[in-house]
Design a binder for this molecule. Structure first.
Ligand code: SF4
Length: 463
């Protein structure tokens, strides 16, 4: 009897943001469709894809360490192919292949559709077409780079391989038309490209039929979405009205596109959750201008008022960068003032990280802020934002909130869930209940997360 050849096995490891997690699911879907089995460990794979982030230097260093570690697997499996995909692959390109000669393939975000063909080229040594051959690596003897950014590639028609569970992330947009001077994204992901609204809604319908009840719409500036006259508020409303969908979230919006219409839809549609991530980046107008954020602090505060008037009690989160080149001590203090004025429920805080190729690198050398000073600002910002978060959360002890059970908690016999306002709650429960909605009385908080107990009687969802 002739045995059919063993199916190839691929393992995808992800670093970075939710868009990257979603892209990894997309690559898994593409590879599965073309005959690969997706495995859970690099030791079991013929191809390891490391899907990377380029936002900060630290993330890139971690990936270089990781691929060097993966190279150790070649002792057991000399034919193992190591590929680096995503933003760092796009940013470093051939340099990465030189620095890590055991990596055979770098593929930027617009090269995923042709991944099976590119991998086949490594195998058979065929003409490389779209990609180009860089040098020699490993037994297979070639290194390839697929780095073309393609404005027509909006990932239409490609299926993600989704893990089971009640929640799904739906990319509706990729790339970005802004040019914030600290940010590498437009250079590694290209300009904004949106998916067809019809496709997005059809995908959400399909997911709802398969048991998904919560979706998060994803895009770099998700609320600037526009497809053939359908803007983001309309798409959000259509998604929120899909039968079976109980919760809709979206990330990350740009403050400039938080329009009256968007806020009206958020307030009117019961499925849209009472949480908004509003990346402020700084609380000082001169810094915002030099970051090219295209809004002022006053404008941002108007948006906060607009949202809070329409949805009292909405939870707000933000991103803040400290020590942007040229930021004075007083300007940094303005950011602390913004935190105290808005009182965000959660803040993701960063020190400015220099990214080659971004406009901020061309600022005068004397503007760059030393490591100790930058670190001191970050520490102070974290202290202020955590204290505010803790005060807000302590005041919420006693609430009864609807919770979607998401996963097993760290302690045996407990589960972890999330409220509509994006607060994490741990309580007693069986892991078999993941995907269920329940109501939980919030009894204690660490300042960041809650512990509680289920209440017998479901109550109306508080806002
Ligand atoms: S809006 Fe600015 S920070 Fe956000 S992805 Fe675009 S360039 Fe980067």
């Amino acid at each position: 009897m002739i045995q059919s050849p063993r199916r190839k096995r691929a393992y995808v490891e992800t670093y970075g943001c939710q868009m990257n997690i979603s892209d990894s699911e997309l690559m898994e879907g593409i590879l599965e469709e073309s005959g690969y089995d997706i495995v859970d460990a690099p030791e079991d794979a013929d191809v390891v894809l490391v899907n990377t982030c380029a936002i900060r230097e630290h993330a890139e260093k971690r990936v270089l360490g990781r691929v060097s570690q993966l190279n150790g697997l070649k002792r057991e499996n000399p034919d193992l192919v190591i590929a680096v995909t995503g933003c760092m692959a796009q940013r470093m390109g051939e340099k990465l292949l030189r620095e890590a000669p055991y990596v055979q393939l770098v593929v930027g975000p617009d090269g995923y559709r042709s991944l099976p063909e590119t991998l086949a080229k490594l195998d058979v040594g065929a003409d490389v077409g779209l990609s180009h051959e860089i040098g020699k690596a490993g037994r297979k003897g070639r290194q390839l780079a697929v780095l073309t950014l393609d404005m027509d590639e909006n990932y239409q028609g490609l299926e993600q391989r989704r893990s089971e569970g009640p929640s799904a992330w739906i990319p509706i947009q990729r790339g970005c038309d802004h040019r914030c001077t600290f940010c590498i994204v437009p250079y590694v992901r290209g300009g904004e490209k949106n998916r067809s609204a019809k496709d997005v809604v059809a995908e959400v319908r399909g997911l709802a039929e398969s048991g998904v009840t919560e979706v998060t719409l994803l895009g770099q500036t998700v609320n600037s979405y526009l497809w053939e006259g359908v803007d983001f508020p309309h798409l959000l409303r259509d998604v929120a009205r899909v039968d079976g969908i109980r919760r809709v979230r979206f990330t990350s919006p740009h403050p400039n596109d938080v329009s009256d219409e968007l806020v009206e839809v958020m307030a009117a549609e019961p499925a849209v959750c009472e949480h908004l991530h509003l990346p402020a980046q700084s609380g000082n107008d001169r810094t915002l201008k030099r970051m090219l954020r295209r809004y002022t602090v006053g404008y941002l505060l108007e948006k906060v008022s607009l949202v809070r008037e329409a949805m009292p009690g909405i939870a707000l989160s933000t991103d803040i960068i400290v020590a942007f080149p040229g930021e004075t001590e007083d300007e940094f203090r303005d950011t602390l003032d913004l935190m105290r004025t808005v009182r965000f429920d959660e803040a993701f805080t960063y020190k400015y990280s220099l990214r080659a190729g971004t406009p901020a690198t061309r600022l005068p050398a004397e503007d760059f802020i030393g490591g100790d000073e930058a670190q001191a600002r970050l520490v102070e910002l974290i202290e202020v934002s955590r204290a505010i978060q803790s005060e807000i959360n302590h005041a919420e002890v006693g609430r009864i909130d609807e919770v979607l059970i998401e996963a097993e908690a760290r302690d045996l016999g407990q589960v972890r869930g999330r409220t509509r306002r994006n607060k994490v709650v741990v309580f007693d429960g069986e892991v078999a209940r993941v995907g269920e909605y329940t109501h939980v009385a919030l009894e204690r908080t660490t300042g960041a997360t809650f512990a509680g107990s289920e209440v017998a009687e479901p109550l109306p969802v508080p806002v």
